[in-house]
Design a protein around this ligand. Structure first.
Ligand code: AGP
Length: 598
Protein backbone atom coordinates (compact mmCIF):
# COMPACT_ATOMS: atom_id res chain seq x y z
CA UNK A 1 0.00 0.00 0.00
CA UNK A 2 2.92 2.35 -0.47
CA UNK A 3 2.71 5.71 -2.17
CA UNK A 4 4.66 6.38 -5.36
CA UNK A 5 5.13 9.66 -7.22
CA UNK A 6 7.51 10.62 -10.02
CA UNK A 7 7.91 13.67 -12.29
CA UNK A 8 9.87 14.61 -15.38
CA UNK A 9 9.25 17.94 -17.08
CA UNK A 10 10.27 21.57 -17.25
CA UNK A 11 9.36 22.56 -13.70
CA UNK A 12 11.29 21.95 -10.49
CA UNK A 13 10.42 18.38 -9.50
CA UNK A 14 10.85 18.54 -5.72
CA UNK A 15 7.73 20.57 -4.84
CA UNK A 16 5.62 18.24 -7.00
CA UNK A 17 7.13 15.15 -5.39
CA UNK A 18 6.74 16.37 -1.81
CA UNK A 19 3.18 17.59 -2.40
CA UNK A 20 2.40 14.22 -3.94
CA UNK A 21 3.89 12.34 -0.99
CA UNK A 22 1.78 14.35 1.44
CA UNK A 23 -1.36 13.37 -0.44
CA UNK A 24 -0.21 9.74 -0.61
CA UNK A 25 0.55 9.42 3.09
CA UNK A 26 -2.73 7.62 3.67
CA UNK A 27 -1.21 4.75 1.67
CA UNK A 28 1.58 4.24 4.14
CA UNK A 29 3.72 6.30 6.43
CA UNK A 30 6.50 4.21 8.00
CA UNK A 31 9.25 5.98 6.07
CA UNK A 32 9.73 8.09 2.97
CA UNK A 33 12.42 8.93 0.44
CA UNK A 34 13.22 10.88 -2.71
CA UNK A 35 15.76 10.59 -5.54
CA UNK A 36 16.56 13.64 -7.69
CA UNK A 37 19.05 14.05 -10.51
CA UNK A 38 19.55 17.29 -12.46
CA UNK A 39 22.01 15.77 -14.86
CA UNK A 40 24.96 17.10 -12.87
CA UNK A 41 24.20 16.31 -9.27
CA UNK A 42 22.06 13.60 -7.75
CA UNK A 43 20.55 13.25 -4.26
CA UNK A 44 19.04 10.26 -2.50
CA UNK A 45 17.36 11.22 0.79
CA UNK A 46 15.43 8.76 2.97
CA UNK A 47 13.93 9.18 6.44
CA UNK A 48 12.03 7.01 8.90
CA UNK A 49 8.67 8.43 9.98
CA UNK A 50 6.23 10.71 8.24
CA UNK A 51 6.62 12.75 5.10
CA UNK A 52 7.13 15.86 7.24
CA UNK A 53 10.25 14.22 8.69
CA UNK A 54 11.62 13.81 5.18
CA UNK A 55 10.62 17.38 4.34
CA UNK A 56 12.60 18.67 7.31
CA UNK A 57 15.75 17.11 5.85
CA UNK A 58 15.08 17.89 2.20
CA UNK A 59 14.29 21.55 2.86
CA UNK A 60 17.83 22.11 4.11
CA UNK A 61 19.36 20.61 0.98
CA UNK A 62 18.43 22.99 -1.80
CA UNK A 63 17.90 20.06 -4.14
CA UNK A 64 17.39 21.16 -7.76
CA UNK A 65 16.24 19.26 -10.81
CA UNK A 66 13.29 18.74 -13.11
CA UNK A 67 13.06 14.98 -12.65
CA UNK A 68 12.78 12.70 -9.66
CA UNK A 69 10.96 9.87 -7.91
CA UNK A 70 9.62 9.61 -4.36
CA UNK A 71 7.96 7.05 -2.10
CA UNK A 72 6.17 6.73 1.21
CA UNK A 73 6.25 3.22 2.65
CA UNK A 74 3.93 0.77 4.40
CA UNK A 75 6.36 -1.93 5.55
CA UNK A 76 5.78 -5.43 4.23
CA UNK A 77 9.34 -6.86 4.24
CA UNK A 78 11.68 -5.39 6.84
CA UNK A 79 11.05 -2.95 9.64
CA UNK A 80 10.66 0.81 9.04
CA UNK A 81 14.34 1.85 8.90
CA UNK A 82 16.30 4.19 6.62
CA UNK A 83 17.97 1.22 4.94
CA UNK A 84 14.60 -0.32 4.15
CA UNK A 85 13.12 2.97 2.91
CA UNK A 86 12.71 3.56 -0.82
CA UNK A 87 14.15 4.50 -3.29
CA UNK A 88 16.55 1.57 -3.35
CA UNK A 89 19.64 1.70 -5.58
CA UNK A 90 21.79 -0.82 -7.44
CA UNK A 91 25.26 -1.28 -5.99
CA UNK A 92 26.88 0.41 -8.98
CA UNK A 93 24.81 3.50 -8.16
CA UNK A 94 23.22 3.53 -11.60
CA UNK A 95 19.59 2.55 -10.89
CA UNK A 96 17.03 3.91 -8.40
CA UNK A 97 13.75 2.10 -7.80
CA UNK A 98 10.54 2.61 -5.82
CA UNK A 99 7.98 -0.17 -5.53
CA UNK A 100 4.50 -0.87 -4.23
CA UNK A 101 3.50 -4.52 -3.79
CA UNK A 102 5.10 -7.83 -2.81
CA UNK A 103 7.59 -9.98 -4.74
CA UNK A 104 6.63 -13.45 -3.54
CA UNK A 105 9.90 -15.14 -4.61
CA UNK A 106 12.40 -12.42 -3.67
CA UNK A 107 14.37 -14.71 -1.35
CA UNK A 108 14.82 -17.34 -4.07
CA UNK A 109 15.88 -14.66 -6.57
CA UNK A 110 18.37 -13.22 -4.11
CA UNK A 111 19.91 -16.67 -3.58
CA UNK A 112 19.94 -17.58 -7.28
CA UNK A 113 21.22 -14.31 -8.78
CA UNK A 114 22.60 -12.08 -6.06
CA UNK A 115 24.55 -14.33 -3.70
CA UNK A 116 27.73 -12.45 -4.68
CA UNK A 117 26.21 -9.02 -4.16
CA UNK A 118 26.15 -7.13 -0.87
CA UNK A 119 22.57 -6.30 0.09
CA UNK A 120 21.81 -3.25 2.21
CA UNK A 121 18.20 -3.91 3.26
CA UNK A 122 15.66 -6.62 4.13
CA UNK A 123 13.34 -5.64 1.31
CA UNK A 124 12.09 -7.41 -1.79
CA UNK A 125 12.43 -4.10 -3.66
CA UNK A 126 16.21 -4.02 -3.30
CA UNK A 127 16.38 -7.49 -4.88
CA UNK A 128 14.54 -6.07 -7.92
CA UNK A 129 16.87 -3.10 -8.40
CA UNK A 130 20.02 -5.19 -7.83
CA UNK A 131 18.77 -7.61 -10.50
CA UNK A 132 18.31 -4.73 -12.95
CA UNK A 133 21.81 -3.48 -12.17
CA UNK A 134 23.24 -6.97 -12.65
CA UNK A 135 21.47 -7.55 -15.97
CA UNK A 136 22.55 -4.11 -17.22
CA UNK A 137 26.15 -4.93 -16.35
CA UNK A 138 25.74 -8.10 -18.43
CA UNK A 139 24.96 -5.85 -21.43
CA UNK A 140 21.17 -5.52 -21.41
CA UNK A 141 19.63 -2.10 -22.05
CA UNK A 142 17.74 -0.59 -19.15
CA UNK A 143 14.42 -1.46 -20.80
CA UNK A 144 15.48 -5.05 -21.42
CA UNK A 145 17.04 -5.40 -17.96
CA UNK A 146 13.73 -4.27 -16.47
CA UNK A 147 11.77 -6.75 -18.59
CA UNK A 148 14.17 -9.53 -17.72
CA UNK A 149 13.77 -8.79 -14.01
CA UNK A 150 9.98 -8.82 -14.37
CA UNK A 151 10.16 -12.19 -16.10
CA UNK A 152 11.85 -13.66 -13.00
CA UNK A 153 9.05 -12.63 -10.63
CA UNK A 154 6.60 -15.22 -9.32
CA UNK A 155 3.27 -14.81 -11.13
CA UNK A 156 1.52 -14.03 -7.83
CA UNK A 157 3.81 -11.09 -7.23
CA UNK A 158 2.22 -7.66 -7.12
CA UNK A 159 4.17 -4.65 -8.24
CA UNK A 160 4.06 -1.03 -9.18
CA UNK A 161 7.67 -0.19 -10.15
CA UNK A 162 9.07 3.26 -10.93
CA UNK A 163 12.70 3.13 -12.09
CA UNK A 164 15.27 5.79 -12.97
CA UNK A 165 18.55 5.14 -14.80
CA UNK A 166 20.94 7.83 -13.57
CA UNK A 167 22.51 7.86 -17.05
CA UNK A 168 19.23 9.22 -18.45
CA UNK A 169 17.63 10.88 -15.41
CA UNK A 170 14.87 12.67 -17.35
CA UNK A 171 13.34 9.33 -18.25
CA UNK A 172 11.22 7.12 -15.98
CA UNK A 173 10.51 3.43 -16.52
CA UNK A 174 7.20 2.16 -15.15
CA UNK A 175 5.89 -1.38 -14.75
CA UNK A 176 2.59 -2.41 -13.15
CA UNK A 177 0.85 -5.58 -12.06
CA UNK A 178 -1.84 -5.68 -9.35
CA UNK A 179 -0.59 -2.54 -7.59
CA UNK A 180 -2.15 0.68 -8.86
CA UNK A 181 -0.06 3.14 -10.90
CA UNK A 182 -1.23 5.91 -13.23
CA UNK A 183 0.61 8.23 -15.64
CA UNK A 184 -0.45 11.87 -15.67
CA UNK A 185 0.07 13.96 -18.81
CA UNK A 186 0.59 17.72 -18.87
CA UNK A 187 2.08 20.45 -21.05
CA UNK A 188 4.91 21.02 -18.58
CA UNK A 189 5.83 17.41 -18.03
CA UNK A 190 4.55 13.97 -17.05
CA UNK A 191 3.90 12.36 -13.66
CA UNK A 192 3.54 8.83 -12.32
CA UNK A 193 1.52 8.18 -9.15
CA UNK A 194 -0.15 5.40 -7.15
CA UNK A 195 -3.26 7.54 -6.93
CA UNK A 196 -4.41 10.35 -9.21
CA UNK A 197 -5.41 12.59 -6.30
CA UNK A 198 -1.70 12.95 -5.45
CA UNK A 199 -0.98 14.88 -8.66
CA UNK A 200 -4.26 16.67 -9.41
CA UNK A 201 -2.37 19.95 -8.99
CA UNK A 202 -0.28 18.92 -12.04
CA UNK A 203 -2.93 17.40 -14.28
CA UNK A 204 -6.31 15.71 -14.51
CA UNK A 205 -5.44 13.81 -17.69
CA UNK A 206 -4.30 10.28 -17.08
CA UNK A 207 -3.24 7.10 -18.81
CA UNK A 208 -4.37 3.91 -17.11
CA UNK A 209 -1.82 1.14 -16.67
CA UNK A 210 -3.11 -2.42 -16.77
CA UNK A 211 -1.45 -5.52 -15.35
CA UNK A 212 1.66 -6.38 -17.39
CA UNK A 213 2.02 -2.92 -18.94
CA UNK A 214 5.41 -1.22 -19.13
CA UNK A 215 5.82 2.49 -19.90
CA UNK A 216 8.74 4.76 -20.74
CA UNK A 217 7.86 8.25 -19.50
CA UNK A 218 9.75 11.26 -20.84
CA UNK A 219 9.01 14.92 -20.25
CA UNK A 220 7.16 15.29 -23.53
CA UNK A 221 6.03 11.77 -24.40
CA UNK A 222 4.95 8.42 -23.01
CA UNK A 223 5.51 5.10 -24.78
CA UNK A 224 3.50 2.04 -23.73
CA UNK A 225 4.53 -1.60 -24.12
CA UNK A 226 2.63 -4.78 -23.36
CA UNK A 227 4.13 -7.65 -21.39
CA UNK A 228 5.68 -9.01 -24.63
CA UNK A 229 7.47 -5.73 -25.22
CA UNK A 230 5.16 -4.75 -28.07
CA UNK A 231 4.38 -1.04 -28.31
CA UNK A 232 0.73 0.03 -28.24
CA UNK A 233 -1.42 3.16 -27.85
CA UNK A 234 -4.08 3.89 -25.21
CA UNK A 235 -6.47 6.83 -24.99
CA UNK A 236 -5.98 9.01 -21.90
CA UNK A 237 -8.97 9.83 -19.68
CA UNK A 238 -9.90 13.02 -17.83
CA UNK A 239 -10.44 12.64 -14.09
CA UNK A 240 -13.25 14.99 -13.17
CA UNK A 241 -12.35 15.71 -9.52
CA UNK A 242 -11.92 19.21 -8.16
CA UNK A 243 -8.45 19.23 -6.49
CA UNK A 244 -9.88 21.14 -3.53
CA UNK A 245 -12.14 18.14 -2.78
CA UNK A 246 -9.02 16.20 -1.94
CA UNK A 247 -7.82 18.91 0.46
CA UNK A 248 -8.46 19.04 4.23
CA UNK A 249 -9.46 22.70 4.23
CA UNK A 250 -10.08 24.02 7.74
CA UNK A 251 -10.63 20.58 9.23
CA UNK A 252 -8.08 19.23 11.74
CA UNK A 253 -8.38 15.78 10.16
CA UNK A 254 -9.82 14.37 6.94
CA UNK A 255 -11.95 11.97 8.98
CA UNK A 256 -14.03 14.76 10.51
CA UNK A 257 -14.44 16.37 7.08
CA UNK A 258 -15.52 13.05 5.60
CA UNK A 259 -18.00 12.35 8.44
CA UNK A 260 -19.44 15.82 7.85
CA UNK A 261 -19.74 15.19 4.11
CA UNK A 262 -22.07 12.20 4.47
CA UNK A 263 -25.28 14.21 4.14
CA UNK A 264 -23.99 15.93 1.00
CA UNK A 265 -22.83 12.63 -0.45
CA UNK A 266 -26.32 11.18 0.09
CA UNK A 267 -27.82 14.14 -1.76
CA UNK A 268 -25.31 13.65 -4.60
CA UNK A 269 -26.37 10.02 -4.89
CA UNK A 270 -30.04 11.00 -5.07
CA UNK A 271 -29.17 13.50 -7.80
CA UNK A 272 -27.21 10.91 -9.76
CA UNK A 273 -29.36 7.81 -9.41
CA UNK A 274 -32.95 9.13 -9.49
CA UNK A 275 -34.83 10.33 -12.58
CA UNK A 276 -38.44 11.47 -12.19
CA UNK A 277 -38.54 10.09 -8.67
CA UNK A 278 -37.45 6.59 -9.64
CA UNK A 279 -34.08 4.85 -9.02
CA UNK A 280 -32.27 4.37 -12.34
CA UNK A 281 -29.80 1.49 -12.76
CA UNK A 282 -28.56 0.33 -16.19
CA UNK A 283 -30.91 -2.38 -17.41
CA UNK A 284 -28.14 -4.96 -18.09
CA UNK A 285 -27.21 -4.80 -14.41
CA UNK A 286 -30.84 -5.22 -13.35
CA UNK A 287 -31.34 -8.12 -15.75
CA UNK A 288 -28.13 -9.88 -14.69
CA UNK A 289 -29.09 -9.71 -11.00
CA UNK A 290 -32.69 -10.76 -11.67
CA UNK A 291 -31.37 -13.78 -13.57
CA UNK A 292 -29.35 -14.93 -10.53
CA UNK A 293 -30.64 -17.41 -7.97
CA UNK A 294 -28.20 -16.22 -5.27
CA UNK A 295 -26.17 -13.08 -4.66
CA UNK A 296 -22.70 -13.11 -3.16
CA UNK A 297 -21.49 -9.83 -1.69
CA UNK A 298 -17.69 -9.90 -1.30
CA UNK A 299 -15.64 -7.22 0.43
CA UNK A 300 -13.13 -6.45 3.17
CA UNK A 301 -13.25 -4.43 6.37
CA UNK A 302 -15.74 -1.61 6.47
CA UNK A 303 -16.92 -2.46 2.96
CA UNK A 304 -17.75 -5.94 4.19
CA UNK A 305 -19.80 -4.34 6.95
CA UNK A 306 -21.70 -2.35 4.32
CA UNK A 307 -22.42 -5.68 2.66
CA UNK A 308 -23.99 -6.97 5.86
CA UNK A 309 -26.51 -4.14 5.55
CA UNK A 310 -27.01 -4.72 1.84
CA UNK A 311 -27.90 -8.37 2.32
CA UNK A 312 -31.14 -7.41 4.05
CA UNK A 313 -32.06 -5.00 1.26
CA UNK A 314 -31.62 -7.54 -1.52
CA UNK A 315 -33.45 -10.27 0.36
CA UNK A 316 -36.33 -8.08 1.47
CA UNK A 317 -36.81 -6.05 -1.72
CA UNK A 318 -35.57 -8.36 -4.45
CA UNK A 319 -36.30 -11.74 -2.84
CA UNK A 320 -32.98 -13.33 -3.84
CA UNK A 321 -31.05 -15.19 -1.11
CA UNK A 322 -27.88 -13.21 -0.45
CA UNK A 323 -24.63 -14.13 1.26
CA UNK A 324 -21.94 -11.73 2.48
CA UNK A 325 -18.32 -12.88 2.55
CA UNK A 326 -14.95 -11.52 3.67
CA UNK A 327 -12.81 -11.45 0.52
CA UNK A 328 -9.65 -12.91 2.04
CA UNK A 329 -11.61 -15.96 3.19
CA UNK A 330 -13.85 -16.37 0.16
CA UNK A 331 -10.87 -16.56 -2.21
CA UNK A 332 -9.43 -19.63 -0.48
CA UNK A 333 -12.49 -21.16 1.14
CA UNK A 334 -15.18 -20.68 -1.49
CA UNK A 335 -18.58 -22.04 -0.43
CA UNK A 336 -20.67 -24.30 -2.66
CA UNK A 337 -21.97 -21.79 -5.19
CA UNK A 338 -25.55 -21.78 -6.45
CA UNK A 339 -26.32 -22.66 -10.06
CA UNK A 340 -26.76 -19.02 -11.13
CA UNK A 341 -24.61 -16.88 -8.80
CA UNK A 342 -24.03 -13.14 -9.19
CA UNK A 343 -21.21 -11.35 -7.38
CA UNK A 344 -21.25 -7.85 -5.92
CA UNK A 345 -17.90 -6.33 -4.85
CA UNK A 346 -17.97 -3.39 -2.47
CA UNK A 347 -14.81 -1.30 -2.25
CA UNK A 348 -13.81 2.30 -1.57
CA UNK A 349 -10.45 2.06 -3.33
CA UNK A 350 -11.29 -0.55 -5.94
CA UNK A 351 -7.77 -1.91 -5.38
CA UNK A 352 -8.08 -4.19 -2.33
CA UNK A 353 -5.94 -7.22 -3.18
CA UNK A 354 -8.12 -9.65 -1.22
CA UNK A 355 -11.17 -8.60 -3.23
CA UNK A 356 -9.24 -8.54 -6.53
CA UNK A 357 -8.19 -12.13 -5.89
CA UNK A 358 -11.83 -13.18 -5.65
CA UNK A 359 -12.80 -11.23 -8.76
CA UNK A 360 -10.04 -12.94 -10.75
CA UNK A 361 -11.44 -16.33 -9.69
CA UNK A 362 -15.04 -15.29 -10.43
CA UNK A 363 -13.98 -14.13 -13.90
CA UNK A 364 -12.16 -17.42 -14.53
CA UNK A 365 -15.35 -19.29 -13.51
CA UNK A 366 -17.25 -17.19 -16.04
CA UNK A 367 -19.70 -15.60 -13.62
CA UNK A 368 -20.98 -12.02 -13.85
CA UNK A 369 -20.15 -9.39 -11.29
CA UNK A 370 -20.77 -5.79 -10.25
CA UNK A 371 -18.28 -3.58 -8.45
CA UNK A 372 -19.65 -0.67 -6.40
CA UNK A 373 -16.62 1.55 -5.69
CA UNK A 374 -15.56 5.10 -4.92
CA UNK A 375 -12.56 5.10 -7.23
CA UNK A 376 -13.70 4.44 -10.78
CA UNK A 377 -11.03 3.31 -13.29
CA UNK A 378 -9.73 1.12 -10.47
CA UNK A 379 -8.92 -2.57 -10.92
CA UNK A 380 -12.14 -3.86 -9.33
CA UNK A 381 -14.31 -1.56 -11.45
CA UNK A 382 -12.36 -2.34 -14.62
CA UNK A 383 -12.32 -6.10 -14.25
CA UNK A 384 -15.93 -6.66 -13.12
CA UNK A 385 -18.77 -7.10 -15.65
CA UNK A 386 -20.48 -3.95 -14.38
CA UNK A 387 -19.59 -1.06 -12.07
CA UNK A 388 -21.48 1.63 -10.16
CA UNK A 389 -19.93 4.74 -8.56
CA UNK A 390 -20.20 5.69 -4.88
CA UNK A 391 -19.68 9.39 -5.76
CA UNK A 392 -18.37 10.04 -2.22
CA UNK A 393 -15.47 12.18 -3.43
CA UNK A 394 -11.88 11.37 -2.38
CA UNK A 395 -11.87 9.55 0.96
CA UNK A 396 -8.41 10.18 2.38
CA UNK A 397 -8.67 9.22 6.05
CA UNK A 398 -7.72 5.57 6.61
CA UNK A 399 -10.95 5.02 8.55
CA UNK A 400 -13.72 4.73 6.00
CA UNK A 401 -16.87 6.71 6.83
CA UNK A 402 -18.57 8.42 3.89
CA UNK A 403 -17.73 5.51 1.59
CA UNK A 404 -19.48 3.18 4.06
CA UNK A 405 -22.73 5.14 4.17
CA UNK A 406 -22.53 5.72 0.43
CA UNK A 407 -22.20 1.96 -0.15
CA UNK A 408 -25.37 1.34 1.88
CA UNK A 409 -27.29 4.02 -0.03
CA UNK A 410 -26.22 2.60 -3.40
CA UNK A 411 -27.11 -0.93 -2.29
CA UNK A 412 -30.57 0.36 -1.33
CA UNK A 413 -31.00 2.18 -4.65
CA UNK A 414 -29.87 -0.92 -6.55
CA UNK A 415 -32.19 -3.25 -4.63
CA UNK A 416 -35.09 -0.85 -5.12
CA UNK A 417 -34.42 -0.49 -8.85
CA UNK A 418 -34.33 -4.28 -9.31
CA UNK A 419 -37.59 -4.60 -7.34
CA UNK A 420 -39.21 -2.19 -9.80
CA UNK A 421 -38.44 1.07 -7.97
CA UNK A 422 -40.17 2.56 -4.98
CA UNK A 423 -41.52 6.04 -5.50
CA UNK A 424 -41.14 6.80 -1.81
CA UNK A 425 -37.43 5.97 -1.70
CA UNK A 426 -36.22 9.32 -3.05
CA UNK A 427 -38.17 11.20 -0.39
CA UNK A 428 -36.97 8.82 2.31
CA UNK A 429 -33.35 9.38 1.28
CA UNK A 430 -33.84 13.14 1.05
CA UNK A 431 -35.26 13.17 4.60
CA UNK A 432 -32.43 10.88 5.66
CA UNK A 433 -29.84 13.37 4.38
CA UNK A 434 -31.45 16.07 6.51
CA UNK A 435 -31.44 13.76 9.55
CA UNK A 436 -27.83 12.79 8.92
CA UNK A 437 -26.91 16.46 9.18
CA UNK A 438 -28.83 16.70 12.48
CA UNK A 439 -26.89 13.77 13.93
CA UNK A 440 -23.58 15.03 12.55
CA UNK A 441 -24.16 18.44 14.15
CA UNK A 442 -24.79 16.91 17.60
CA UNK A 443 -21.07 16.27 18.03
CA UNK A 444 -20.59 17.76 21.50
CA UNK A 445 -22.41 14.98 23.34
CA UNK A 446 -20.27 12.36 21.59
CA UNK A 447 -17.07 14.22 22.46
CA UNK A 448 -18.18 14.41 26.08
CA UNK A 449 -18.84 10.67 26.28
CA UNK A 450 -15.57 9.82 24.51
CA UNK A 451 -13.53 12.08 26.79
CA UNK A 452 -15.18 10.77 29.95
CA UNK A 453 -15.58 7.06 29.27
CA UNK A 454 -13.44 5.93 26.33
CA UNK A 455 -10.05 7.66 26.56
CA UNK A 456 -8.86 5.34 29.31
CA UNK A 457 -11.04 2.36 28.52
CA UNK A 458 -9.27 -0.98 28.21
CA UNK A 459 -12.09 -2.34 26.10
CA UNK A 460 -15.59 -1.47 24.94
CA UNK A 461 -18.66 -3.18 23.48
CA UNK A 462 -21.33 -2.33 20.96
CA UNK A 463 -24.41 -4.55 21.10
CA UNK A 464 -27.58 -4.77 18.99
CA UNK A 465 -29.95 -7.11 17.21
CA UNK A 466 -30.63 -7.68 13.49
CA UNK A 467 -29.34 -4.80 11.35
CA UNK A 468 -28.13 -3.14 14.57
CA UNK A 469 -26.04 -6.23 15.36
CA UNK A 470 -24.51 -5.99 11.89
CA UNK A 471 -23.78 -2.34 12.58
CA UNK A 472 -22.02 -3.07 15.88
CA UNK A 473 -19.07 -4.69 14.11
CA UNK A 474 -18.51 -1.55 12.04
CA UNK A 475 -18.86 0.62 15.17
CA UNK A 476 -16.27 -1.54 16.93
CA UNK A 477 -13.86 -1.48 13.98
CA UNK A 478 -13.89 2.33 13.85
CA UNK A 479 -13.07 2.56 17.55
CA UNK A 480 -10.34 -0.09 17.34
CA UNK A 481 -8.60 1.09 14.21
CA UNK A 482 -8.10 4.74 15.17
CA UNK A 483 -8.11 4.81 19.00
CA UNK A 484 -6.62 1.34 19.66
CA UNK A 485 -9.29 0.57 22.29
CA UNK A 486 -10.08 -3.15 22.06
CA UNK A 487 -13.76 -3.16 21.08
CA UNK A 488 -16.21 -5.83 20.04
CA UNK A 489 -19.46 -5.63 18.12
CA UNK A 490 -21.83 -8.27 19.43
CA UNK A 491 -25.30 -9.65 18.92
CA UNK A 492 -26.96 -8.42 22.13
CA UNK A 493 -28.59 -11.75 22.89
CA UNK A 494 -25.34 -13.65 22.48
CA UNK A 495 -23.34 -11.70 25.07
CA UNK A 496 -24.70 -13.74 27.97
CA UNK A 497 -23.45 -16.96 26.32
CA UNK A 498 -19.86 -16.25 27.34
CA UNK A 499 -18.42 -12.88 26.48
CA UNK A 500 -20.32 -11.11 29.27
CA UNK A 501 -17.55 -12.46 31.50
CA UNK A 502 -15.38 -9.62 30.15
CA UNK A 503 -17.67 -6.97 31.61
CA UNK A 504 -16.05 -5.22 34.55
CA UNK A 505 -16.69 -2.04 36.52
CA UNK A 506 -16.82 0.84 34.08
CA UNK A 507 -16.62 -1.19 30.86
CA UNK A 508 -18.37 1.00 28.27
CA UNK A 509 -21.22 -0.84 26.53
CA UNK A 510 -23.24 0.92 23.79
CA UNK A 511 -26.57 -0.57 22.73
CA UNK A 512 -27.76 0.37 19.24
CA UNK A 513 -31.57 0.31 19.19
CA UNK A 514 -33.48 1.15 16.03
CA UNK A 515 -35.83 -1.82 15.68
CA UNK A 516 -39.14 -1.75 17.51
CA UNK A 517 -39.58 -5.52 17.66
CA UNK A 518 -36.31 -6.13 19.50
CA UNK A 519 -35.86 -2.86 21.40
CA UNK A 520 -37.05 -4.30 24.71
CA UNK A 521 -34.81 -7.35 24.43
CA UNK A 522 -31.75 -5.25 23.69
CA UNK A 523 -32.48 -2.98 26.62
CA UNK A 524 -32.64 -6.06 28.86
CA UNK A 525 -29.32 -7.27 27.52
CA UNK A 526 -27.83 -3.84 28.22
CA UNK A 527 -29.15 -3.96 31.78
CA UNK A 528 -27.52 -7.38 32.24
CA UNK A 529 -24.16 -5.74 31.53
CA UNK A 530 -24.99 -2.78 33.77
CA UNK A 531 -25.79 -5.19 36.60
CA UNK A 532 -22.19 -6.40 36.26
CA UNK A 533 -20.64 -2.96 36.44
CA UNK A 534 -20.76 -1.80 32.82
CA UNK A 535 -21.16 1.87 32.00
CA UNK A 536 -24.16 1.46 29.70
CA UNK A 537 -25.17 3.81 26.86
CA UNK A 538 -28.00 3.77 24.32
CA UNK A 539 -27.95 4.94 20.71
CA UNK A 540 -31.67 4.89 19.96
CA UNK A 541 -34.15 6.27 17.44
CA UNK A 542 -36.56 8.85 18.82
CA UNK A 543 -39.64 6.65 18.30
CA UNK A 544 -38.13 4.07 20.70
CA UNK A 545 -36.41 6.46 23.10
CA UNK A 546 -37.05 6.54 26.84
CA UNK A 547 -36.08 9.14 29.41
CA UNK A 548 -32.42 8.83 30.33
CA UNK A 549 -31.37 7.59 26.90
CA UNK A 550 -27.94 8.92 25.96
CA UNK A 551 -27.84 9.39 22.17
CA UNK A 552 -31.23 9.86 20.50
CA UNK A 553 -31.31 10.00 16.71
CA UNK A 554 -34.26 10.85 14.43
CA UNK A 555 -36.70 8.03 13.71
CA UNK A 556 -36.37 6.60 10.19
CA UNK A 557 -39.46 5.69 8.17
CA UNK A 558 -37.72 2.87 6.32
CA UNK A 559 -35.97 0.55 8.85
CA UNK A 560 -33.52 -0.58 6.17
CA UNK A 561 -32.08 2.96 6.25
CA UNK A 562 -31.70 3.23 10.05
CA UNK A 563 -28.03 2.14 10.09
CA UNK A 564 -27.20 5.21 7.98
CA UNK A 565 -28.07 7.38 10.97
CA UNK A 566 -27.04 5.07 13.82
CA UNK A 567 -23.51 4.69 12.46
CA UNK A 568 -22.73 8.41 12.71
CA UNK A 569 -22.52 8.61 16.52
CA UNK A 570 -20.20 5.59 16.49
CA UNK A 571 -17.95 7.27 13.89
CA UNK A 572 -17.81 10.40 16.05
CA UNK A 573 -17.12 8.39 19.25
CA UNK A 574 -14.14 6.79 17.50
CA UNK A 575 -12.95 10.15 16.14
CA UNK A 576 -13.09 11.93 19.51
CA UNK A 577 -11.49 9.02 21.36
CA UNK A 578 -8.56 9.01 18.93
CA UNK A 579 -8.36 12.81 19.05
CA UNK A 580 -8.51 12.82 22.86
CA UNK A 581 -5.67 10.31 23.02
CA UNK A 582 -3.57 12.60 20.86
CA UNK A 583 -3.30 10.22 17.93
CA UNK A 584 -3.04 11.11 14.25
CA UNK A 585 -6.64 10.24 13.47
CA UNK A 586 -6.10 9.99 9.71
CA UNK A 587 -3.01 7.80 9.89
CA UNK A 588 -3.53 5.12 12.56
CA UNK A 589 -0.57 2.90 13.33
CA UNK A 590 0.01 -0.26 11.26
CA UNK A 591 -2.72 0.65 8.77
CA UNK A 592 -2.96 2.00 5.24
CA UNK A 593 -5.95 3.22 3.28
CA UNK A 594 -5.80 0.82 0.40
CA UNK A 595 -4.64 -2.71 1.23
CA UNK A 596 -3.08 -3.82 -2.06
CA UNK A 597 -1.32 -6.86 -0.63
CA UNK A 598 -3.03 -10.10 0.41
C1 AGP B 1 -11.98 1.09 6.82
O1 AGP B 1 -12.24 1.87 8.01
C2 AGP B 1 -10.86 0.21 7.02
N1 AGP B 1 -9.69 1.02 7.19
C3 AGP B 1 -10.65 -0.94 6.06
O2 AGP B 1 -11.26 -2.00 6.72
C4 AGP B 1 -11.24 -0.88 4.62
O3 AGP B 1 -12.62 -0.78 4.67
C5 AGP B 1 -10.85 -2.18 3.90
O4 AGP B 1 -9.44 -2.23 3.82
C6 AGP B 1 -11.47 -2.31 2.51
O5 AGP B 1 -10.98 -1.31 1.68
P1 AGP B 1 -11.78 -0.99 0.31
O6 AGP B 1 -13.13 -0.52 0.71
O7 AGP B 1 -10.96 0.07 -0.37
O8 AGP B 1 -11.84 -2.27 -0.48
Amino acid sequence: MCGIVGYTGINQALPILMDGLEKLEYRGYDSAGVYMNDGVEEDLVREVGRVKDLEAVVDKMEIKGTAGIAHTRWATHGKPTVNNAHPHKSNDGRYYLVHNGVIENFKELREEYLSDIEMHSDTDTEVAVQLIGKFAQEGFSTFDALRLMLSKLDENSAYGFLLVDSKEPDMMYVAKSKSPLLIGLSEDGNVVASDATAVLNVTNTFLELHDGDIAVVEKDKVTLFDKDGKQFEREPFILDIDPSQAEKGTYPFYMLKEIDEQAIVTRNLIEHYFIDGMPQIDQPIVDAIKYADRLYIVAAGTSYHAGLQGRRMFEELVGIPTEVHISSEFAYDMPLLSKKPFFIFLSQSGETADSREVLERVNKLGYKSLTIANVMNSTLTREATFSLPLLAGPEVSVASTKAFTSQIVVEMILASAIAGGQTELQDQLSKLAVDMQVVIDAKDKLKEIADKYLLNAKNAFYIGRGADADLTVEAALKLKEISYVQAEGFAAGELKHGTISLIEDGTPVFAIITNKSTAGLTRSNLMETEARGAKAFTIVTSDLAKSGDDIVIPAVENPLLSPLLAVIPTQLLAYYTSLGKGFDVDHPRNLAKSVTVQ
